[in-house]
Write a new protein. Structure first.
Length: 369
């Protein structure tokens, strides 16, 4: 007897060739109809009949021009010798946006090694006239005082251990003005450990001097790092951030190979100004004031130092204050020298002499060690 366990298998459906052909024909017809209606606007009627003129297929230089009576008009074109010239960025006419409604600041400087609760109190006790402090939180070594969570700080071992937020909070509760100073481009630790960020000469050598190795001011990662540190400090509640070393080395005659992607090699002035403008613009939404320390006396006397790249004329338009070293006896003259470059606010509130020994008679000052 035959095995009845065999399963029934139904007929397998097959796609009829006629159906496939029908689908293809319908698709072609549909495409043709769409093409016909889509090209109608390109149908041109001339004396010679109908023809298509599709813009992206036309060679305008060879296209005949017809008069109203249908005659072809001969055209002639003069060759143009055009050259594209890309020049240096000019920041001299940038709009002044900073420096209004500032009050007086009388600060005592606290070095990084003394930025502790007891250390800060000790320095304040030596300057009873001071309304606040200027804390050094990032020196030329590149090491930070506080335990920054910035990726580069954690990854390259530049973060410190001080609970800076607690110190800032304590000073704020005592109604003390809290300014912090951080060095920008002179950063021996990071430039040595993360060599891609180092400032290099045109010979390809990383530049260093008695201060140590330097960072490239045109490098996007350098800018991002400094901004992340500024953001850190702003969130702690500091009143003001002073950028030290935002300049190029005083190495006259030496050229640097910037990593900028600009089509034109930056000058020292455009490199430094561009960095300052970018940082202050990014920090403008915060309540923290942004200031800069001028290392060059030339920048304050002449408006611009072409070697270091610092320009009081430009920087005073985007930074709230400019700090600069001065003798106590001549501090008032220092303020007067910079007054010509102050477009907004008052010079006496925006130019801060940094003096040693005794406090000057100016409205604003920093008493150094």
């Amino acid at each position: 007897m035959a095995n009845n366990s065999e399963f029934y298998r139904g007929k397998r459906k097959k796609t009829a060739p006629a159906l496939i052909a029908t689908i293809i024909i319908l698709a072609v017809i549909t495409f043709a109809v769409m093409l016909f209606y889509g090209l109608q606007k390109y149908i041109v009627v001339t004396n010679s009949g109908l023809h298509l003129e599709i813009p992206f297929l036309q060679d305008d230089s060879a296209k005949p021009v017809q008069s109203d009576d249908g005659e072809v008009v001969q055209q002639s074109f003069e060759p143009v010798n055009a050259q594209l010239e890309i020049g240096q960025a000019d920041y001299s006419n940038i709009k002044a946006v900073a420096g209004e409604n500032l009050g007086a600041v009388k600060l005592v400087y606290v070095p990084a090694s003394s930025v502790t609760t007891s250390g800060v109190e000790s320095y304040l006790s030596k300057a009873p006239d001071a309304s606040g402090v200027l804390l050094d939180v990032k020196t030329v070594t590149g090491m930070l005082v506080w335990d920054s969570q910035a990726d580069i700080a954690k990854g390259y071992g530049t973060a410190g251990t001080v609970d800076l937020k607690s110190i800032v909070s304590s000073l704020t509760e005592k109604d003390k003005y809290v300014a912090v100073r951080m060095c920008c481009f002179v950063d021996n630790t990071l430039a040595s450990r993360y060599t891609q960020l180092a400032l290099k000469t045109t010979a390809g050598q990383a530049y260093s001097d008695s201060n140590g190795a330097w960072l490239d001011p045109t490098n996007a990662t350098v800018k991002s790092y400094i901004l992340s540190l500024c953001s850190d400090l702003s969130k702690m509640g500091v009143d003001e951030i002073v950028l030290l070393g935002m300049r190029l080395p005083e190495a006259s005659g030496l050229e640097f190979a910037f990593s900028s992607s600009s089509a034109v090699k930056p000058t020292p002035v455009t490199a430094v100004s561009s960095f300052g403008i970018s940082v202050t613009r990014a920090m403008r939404s915060s309540s923290t004031k942004m200031s800069v320390q001028l290392t060059s006396s030339t920048a304050l006397q002449n408006g611009t130092d072409e070697v270091t790249g610092q320009s009081a004329d430009i920087l005073l338009k985007v930074f709230d204050r400019v700090y600069c070293s001065a003798e106590s006896a001549s501090a008032a003259d220092t303020v007067t020298k910079g007054a010509d470059y102050v477009k907004l606010g008052e010079a006496k509130m925006r130019i801060v002499p940094m003096c040693s020994g005794q406090s000057p008679s100016t409205d604003c000052w920093v008493l150094m060690e």
